[in-house]
Design a protein around this ligand. Structure first.
Ligand SMILES: *Cc1c(COP(=O)(O)O)cnc(C)c1O
Length: 220
């Protein structure tokens, strides 16, 4: 069986391979190991292999797992990749180093308040509903410029734009569109790409890929 370290090396190699034709450096791409649903004992092999950047999608689950792991391993950077309810903003600001799901004014307000209270600014990606899907979270494309202005006015550091393209169709055009929106709006970071499409995302300019299954295997 492939070890966690093997899988990590493989994903890193794939990222590096896709960087080459795009004339990018592998260091420009942050690999977020998405450890949601996996217990601490599945996570420690990656920490032992030297990986430090992880993603979780639930505040409560992160609160249960990560304080202990952070105590054992220095330098952990924890990313919140899932939807966030405003009433969990305070806890999220305490637990996470980066938030990828800022997508609406009510959450912006709650996060700004939580950051003021904590005395720390947590960089946030603004999630964009890139496929204009009714059921999906994310700021609408039309509202993005105004929303980004609000985020900046609230003194929340904008880490970049994040998207989850519609499932079942070729993701590249959506990644390209997110990259264009970032450029048009003066935003640097691009959080896009998961296990099935991170290589494409890297080609299209992803600065952060969120990879779970390819590193940990299927979720139960
Ligand atoms: C679960 C999740 C991922 C990782 O998905 P995999 O297909 O397991 O790599 C990435 N991004 C978000 C927002 C997720 O919820």
């Amino acid at each position: 069986m492939e070890s966690a370290a093997d899988k990590l090396a493989e994903v890193r190699e794939n990222i590096a391979r896709m960087c080459k034709p795009a004339r990018r450096k592998p260091e420009e791409v942050t690999l977020i190991a998405v450890s949601k649903t996996h217990p601490a004992e599945r996570i420690t092999p990656l920490l032992e292999a030297g990986h430090r950047v992880f993603g979780e999608n639930r505040v409560q689950e992160a609160a249960d797992k990560w304080p202990d792991l952070r105590e054992q391993y220095a330098g952990v950077e924890l990313h919140l990749i899932g939807q966030l309810q405003s009433n969990k903003a305070e806890e999220a600001v305490e637990l996470f180093d980066v938030i990828h799901s800022l997508d609406r004014p009510s959450l912006l307000k709650a996060l700004a308040k939580a950051m003021d209270k904590a005395g720390r600014r947590v960089p946030c990606f603004v999630q964009v509903n890139i496929g204009d899907e009714e059921q999906k979270g994310g700021c609408s494309i039309a509202d993005l410029p105004a929303f980004l202005e609000q985020v900046r006015a609230a003194d929340i550091p904008v880490a970049g734009l994040m998207c989850l393209p519609p499932s079942g169709i070729e993701p590249a055009p959506f990644f390209a569109f997110l990259a264009k929106l970032a450029k048009d709006n003066g935003v640097e970071g691009l959080s896009m790409g998961m296990s099935g499409d991170y290589e494409t995302a890297v080609q299209m300019g992803a600065t952060h890929v969120r990879v779970g299954t390819a590193l940990f295997g299927a979720r139960g």
